[in-house]
Design a protein around this ligand. Structure first.
Ligand SMILES: Cc1ncc(C[n+]2csc(CCOP(=O)(O)OP(=O)(O)O)c2C)c(N)n1
Length: 537
C-alpha cells in the first residue's frame, strides 16, 4: 500500500467521509487512491476557498471533520480566508496540503513556498509527513487534533513521494477526549453573581447555543432574571419555534453598547468578552461596560452546556425554559426591500432548514422575521472574512442531505466564491441561494462615515443612485467607485445558469415569494436574485 492509500483508509477509519478537493499534480496519487476507498467521498470544488468553506460548513453540522484537499502553498493560500472563519467557529477541519516530493523542494521549483508559515496562523496543529509509513499515524493524529474540543483546523502536509512510496499502513482512530468539565469554583462564582441582586447578563457562544445549553440558559433567565445574549457571529445557533429565543449582540458597537450597558456582572459561557468589531476614533474597543465584572463560567473548549446545566440546577432549580411560540409574518405586498424579503423568508422557511447567513446589511430584519419559524439552524460569518456563505452552504448540504439549505447572500460577498454554485449543481445539492442584490458594498458606505473618513453628515447625493449608501458625492468619485458594484450590473441569473443552477430574478415582493416557494418545493439547487435597494441614507 502506498502512502496515499494508507492515508485515505485511515481517514475513512477515523470517520472522515468527505474530502472537498481541488487537486494538482502533487496530489495525483491521493486522487488515484480514491476509487479504492468508496467510504471517502471526494467533492470537486473549483476554488480552494470553496473547499475550505465547505469543510467548515460540514464540520459545523456534524461536529467531526471533513477534509479539504489543497495544492501546495498557493492552493492553501486561496483557502485561507475560510480556514480563518473555521478557526473562529471552532470547527473541526482537516486541511491536507499536497507538496513537492521531499527531494524536489531544495530546487525551488515554481510552486515551492513556505507552506508552514501560511498554515500556522489558522492551524492549531501542523505536521509534514516524513515517510509513507507515517501517513496512517499522522492522519489519525491530525483527525484527533481537529476534533479536540472546541474543534479547530489541523493541517497535514503530504509530500508527493510520501504519497507514492510503498510501506503505508492505515492507523486506527485515536480516542477523542470529551470537553473538560468546568471547575466547581467557576459555577459557584457565577451563582454568587446571580444572587448578588445586581443586574446580570449571560453571554452565550459556541456549544451554549445548541439545545441543552440554550435550555439551561433559558431556565436561568426564567428563574433568576439574568438577561441572555448570544455572541454576534455564532458558528451554529439552534432557533425557531419551540426553542428558547435569544437575541445576538449587535455588530454595530453603538447598538451593542446599550445591549450591555446595564450589566454589573457579565457571565461568559463559551463566549469571549465582547469587543468592538473594529476600532473607531475616540470610541472604546472593549464593549464591557465600566464597573461591570466579568465572570468566565466556561471557556469554549470546556463542557459549556454541562456548566450551564449545573448553574441552572443551583440557581434556578424550579424554573423551566421558555420556548419561542410558533409565529410567522404574513407575506407582505409591494416593493421588494430587505425588510419585505425577510418577511417572505420568515413566512416560508421550511422546518429543519439550515441557513447560511451572509446577507450582511440586507440581513438586518432576518432574525426578527424568522424567530418563530419552524426549528432551524443559523450559521453566521464567524471570522468576518466574506466569501463564506456559498461554500458553507455546500458543506452543510452534504453533511445533512435530508435538510433544506438556504444561502442568504449579499451580492458582493457572493462574488468571492461564486464558483461554489457549480458544486451545488454538480452534486445536486438542495440549496436555495438568495442573492440580495443591492449593487454596492453597503456596509462600507456606512463604515466610511463611521470611521470618520468622511463627515457623518454626508447622505446620498442627487446622483447617488448606484453609488451606495453613504457614498455621497462629497466622498469623492474615486472613493464611491470602490463601494459600487454597478457599471456593469452583475447578472446573477446568468452566472447561476452558466454553472447549471436554475435561476430567476425578483423585483417585487410577490415575485420573490413565488420564486422562493418554487425553489423550496423543488429538490436541487436554485438561485433567486432579489433586486433590493441598499440599506442606508
Ligand atoms: C475576505 C474579506 N475581504 C474584504 C472584506 C471587507 N469587506 C467587508 S464588507 C465588504 C463588502 C460587503 O458587501 P456585500 O457583501 O455586498 O454586503 P452589503 O454591505 O452590501 O450588505 C467588504 C469588501 C472582508 N470583510 N473580508
Amino acid at each position: 500500500m502506498n502512502g496515499a492509500q494508507a492515508l485515505i483508509r485511515t481517514l475513512a477509519g477515523c470517520g472522515v467521509d468527505t474530502c472537498f478537493s481541488n487537486p494538482g499534480t502533487s496530489e495525483m496519487h491521493f486522487v488515484a487512491a480514491l476509487d479504492a476507498v468508496p467510504e471517502l467521498r471526494a467533492v470537486l470544488c473549483l476554488f480552494e476557498g470553496t473547499a475550505t468553506g465547505a469543510a467548515d460548513g460540514y464540520g459545523r453540522l456534524r461536529d467531526r471533520p471533513a477534509a479539504a484537499l489543497l495544492h501546495l502553498g498557493p492552493g492553501l493560500a486561496n483557502g485561507l480566508a475560510n480556514l480563518h472563519n473555521a478557526r473562529r467557529a471552532h470547527t473541526p477541519v482537516l486541511a491536507i496540503v499536497g507538496d513537492h516530493a521531499t527531494y524536489h523542494s531544495r530546487l525551488d521549483a515554481p510552486l515551492e513556498s513556505d507552506i508552514e508559515s501560511l498554515a500556522r496562523p489558522v492551524s492549531r496543529w501542523f505536521r509534514r509527513t516524513a515517510a509513507a509509513e507515517l501517513t496512517g499515524p499522522d492522519a489519525a493524529d491530525a483527525v484527533a487534533a481537529a476534533r479536540r474540543a472546541p474543534g479547530g483546523v489541523a493541517t497535514l502536509v503530504l509530500p508527493a513521494d510520501v504519497s507514492w512510496s510503498d510501506g503505508g499502513e492505515p492507523a486506527p482512530a485515536r480516542l477523542t477526549r470529551p470537553p473538560a468539565p468546568v471547575p466547581d469554583a467557576a459555577i459557584d462564582a457565577a451563582a454568587a453573581a446571580l444572587r448578588s441582586g445586581e443586574p446580570c447578563l449571560l453571554l452565550l457562544g459556541g456549544t451554549a447555543l445548541r439545545g441543552a445549553g440554550l435550555a439551561a440558559a433559558s431556565q436561568l433567565a426564567q428563574g433568576t432574571g439574568v438577561r441572555l445574549l448570544a455572541e454576534t457571529f455564532p458558528a451554529r445557533l439552534e432557533r425557531g419555534a419551540g426553542r428558547p429565543a435569544i437575541d445576538r449582540l449587535s455588530y454595530l458597537a453603538e447598538f451593542a453598547a446599550p445591549q450591555l450597558a446595564s450589566a454589573r456582572h457579565l457571565i461568559l459561557a463559551g463566549a469571549r468578552a465582547p469587543v468592538s468589531f473594529f476600532a473607531y476614533p475616540g470610541q472604546p474597543s472593549s464593549l464591557v461596560p465600566a464597573g461591570c465584572q466579568v465572570h468566565v463560567l466556561a471557556e469554549p473548549g470546556e463542557d459549556v452546556p454541562a456548566a450551564l446545566g449545573a448553574l441552572a440546577s443551583l440557581a434556578a432549580p424550579a424554573a423551566r425554559p421558555l420556548p419561542q411560540p410558533a409565529q410567522r409574518p404574513a407575506v407582505p405586498d409591494g416593493e421588494l426591500t430587505a425588510e419585505t424579503a425577510a418577511a417572505v423568508l420568515g413566512a416560508l422557511l421550511p422546518e429543519g432548514a439550515i441557513v447560511s447567513d451572509e446577507a450582511n446589511t440586507s440581513g438586518l430584519w432576518l432574525p426578527g422575521a424568522t424567530a418563530g419559524a419552524p426549528p432551524h439552524d443559523w450559521l453566521t460569518l464567524t471570522g468576518g472574512a466574506i466569501g463564506q456563505g456559498l461554500p458553507l452552504a455546500t458543506g452543510a448540504a452534504i453533511a445533512c442531505p435530508g435538510r433544506p439549505v438556504l444561502a442568504l447572500e449579499a451580492d458582493g460577498s457572493a462574488m468571492y466564491t461564486i464558483s461554489a454554485l457549480w458544486t451545488h449543481a454538480r452534486e445536486q445539492l438542495d440549496i436555495t441561494t438568495v442573492i440580495f442584490s443591492n449593487r454596492c458594498y453597503a456596509i462600507l458606505g456606512m463604515e466610511l462615515r463611521r470611521v470618520g473618513a468622511v463627515p457623518a453628515s454626508y447622505g446620498a447625493g442627487p446622483d447617488g443612485a448606484g453609488a451606495g449608501p453613504g457614498a455621497a458625492p462629497a466622498a469623492g468619485r474615486a472613493a464611491r467607485d470602490l463601494l459600487d458594484l454597478s457599471r456593469p450590473d452583475l447578472d446573477f441569473t446568468a452566472l447561476a445558469t452558466g454553472m447549471g443552477v436554475p435561476a430567476s430574478r425578483a423585483q417585487t415582493t410577490a415575485e420573490f415569494a413565488s420564486a422562493l416557494g418554487r425553489a423550496l418545493a423543488e429538490p436541487g439547487p436554485h438561485l433567486i436574485e432579489a433586486l433590493i435597494p441598499p440599506l442606508g441614507p
